[in-house]
Design a protein around this ligand. Structure first.
Ligand code: AMP
Ligand code: GLY
Length: 430
């Protein structure tokens, strides 16, 4: 069987790497892929981008299964197009993907179906938005409605920051939000306190299969300081998701979401990612939905998955996920992202990479922003690598990942030394 993975980041490298391990898979294409998928002899990059090009390729190559990594092709309707042409693809339709592509839609959906989330209001006019912020005070959260590559959220600790974010999102748009059909809108939310976790499931329209839990680290700097990024590292499992919290998430968030989508006439198929805020009492609330795997969450989750991902996704596209039980490595997987000089504001491209360690079953270097230039591996994007290791504890997995990170070199490389810190007990703790 031939498989096509759409995307070119670390998440897609991990998906392709895992799918290539299946005995039933002869060939894995990655469109467009990156320097890492180009170097991997078991994977084949194809320079395709539009849904039309991808569908034509899937027909010509008799691709048995297509898996979509990022949100943009989903919002562009790649699943709708593939299905209309009789092609098997795993992901949500364009209508279902609005759970991620429109924050305003997602909030309205959660409110209507009683799914716990922060209180919110939506604005198109700057004057009303400014008045709302003045009334509620800081901290407060300002979100652009539309895809913004992770940059459309400002957690404003002061009123000044909140007002500036409104002016930017409804005015100059210097962060480059892709507005939805309704035009520029902002969602203003109550600030939620707690610990975040990523809760990702597979859905086939009616059945749900949970993946292992994980936790991302969004800030660029150690100690969760500095600007937000797409994610600087992750580990799995996330201890904050205790069995009790897990049961509540399923009962209060995941099941109502899947049945709510079905009731709304938009059955959900694909990966569904609930970003959670879990408070001190263990009450989970939804920060956001993503209609895809997380990046770098996918890298750590797939590192622990023992089951054949191809088989699982065939069940997911047949509507028989109820027949699947996933097997997990009991150890912790921890991934440290190495980012380019200047990331996230202005990542520098072109720096050459050296010292890449060979992959082993317990250590994988998933590529994201790399490209092969002649025979040389060079930086081509903001997040460059995700160095992912398995270990018997969070600390051991962190040590193994960091040991590999220190062997790798490119000028200006940035990484965090504290990925997994919430899962590592301090020496004083009991
Ligand atoms: P989002 O893109 O909606 O996931 O937001 C990005 C990040 O902003 C989240 O991972 C949280 O750290 C933070 N965030 C978003 N909404 C809230 C909220 N209502 N309260 C506190 N933090 C939030
Ligand atoms: N790591 C966060 C995301 O993929 O949205």
């Amino acid at each position: 069987m031939k498989v096509l993975v759409i995307g070119g980041g670390g998440r897609e490298h991990a998906l392709a790497w895992k799918l290539a391990q299946s005995e039933r898979v002869q060939r894995v294409y990655v469109a467009p892929g990156n320097g890492g998928t180009a170097q991997d002899a078991t994977l084949h990059n194809v320079p395709l981008h539009t849904p039309q090009e991808l569908a034509d390729f899937a027909v010509a190559e008799k691709v048995a299964l297509t898996v979509v990594g990022p949100e943009a092709p989903l919002a562009a309707g790649v699943v709708d197009l593939f299905r209309a042409r009789g092609l098997r693809i795993f992901g949500p339709t364009r209508a279902a993907a609005q759970l991620e592509s429109s924050k305003a839609h997602a909030k309205e959906f959660m409110q209507r179906h009683g799914i716990p989330t922060a209180l919110y209001a939506t604005f198109t006019g700057a004057a009303e938005a400014h008045a709302h912020v003045n009334k509620h005070g800081a901290p407060i959260v300002i979100k652009a409605d539309g895809l913004a590559a992770g940059k459309g959220v400002v957690v404003a600790m002061t009123l000044e920051e909140a007002h500036a974010a409104i002016d930017d999102m409804l005015g100059s748009n210097s962060i480059g939000v892709q507005h939805n059909a309704e035009g520029a809108r902002v969602v203003i939310e109550e600030f939620m306190q707690g610990e975040e976790a990523s809760f990702i499931v597979l859905c086939d329209g009616k059945n749900v299969l949970t993946l292992a839990t994980s936790q991302d680290h969004k800030r660029i700097g150690d100690g969760d300081t500095g600007p937000n990024t797409g994610g600087m590292g992750a580990y799995s499992p996330a201890p904050v998701v205790t069995p009790d919290v897990h049961a509540r998430v399923m009962r209060e968030i995941i099941h109502p979401t899947i049945s709510g989508m079905a009731k709304d006439g938009v059955p959900y198929t694909g990966f569904l990612y609930a970003g959670l805020m879990i408070d001190a009492q263990g009450q989970p609330r939804t920060v956001e939905f993503n209609c895809r795997l997380g990046d770098p969450e996918a890298q750590v989750i797939l590192m622990r998955l023992k089951s054949d991902l191809f088989e699982v996704l065939m069940h997911a596209t047949d509507g028989t996920l109820d027949q699947v039980e996933l097997q997990w490595d009991r150890r912790t997987a921890l991934g440290v992202v190495m980012a380019a000089h200047g990331y996230p504001a202005a990542p520098r491209k072109g720096d050459a990479l050296t010292g890449m360690p060979a992959g082993t079953p317990d250590l994988q270097v998933f590529h994201a922003g790399t490209a092969l230039d002649g025979g040389t591996l060079k930086v081509s994007g903001g997040r460059v690598l995700c160095v992912t290791a398995l270990g018997d504890s969070v600390r051991l997995a962190q040590q193994a990942a960091l040991a590999a990170v220190r062997q790798i070199h490119f000028d200006g490389a940035q990484w965090r030394n504290d990925i997994g810190h919430r899962g590592i007990k301090s020496p004083q703790a009991h």
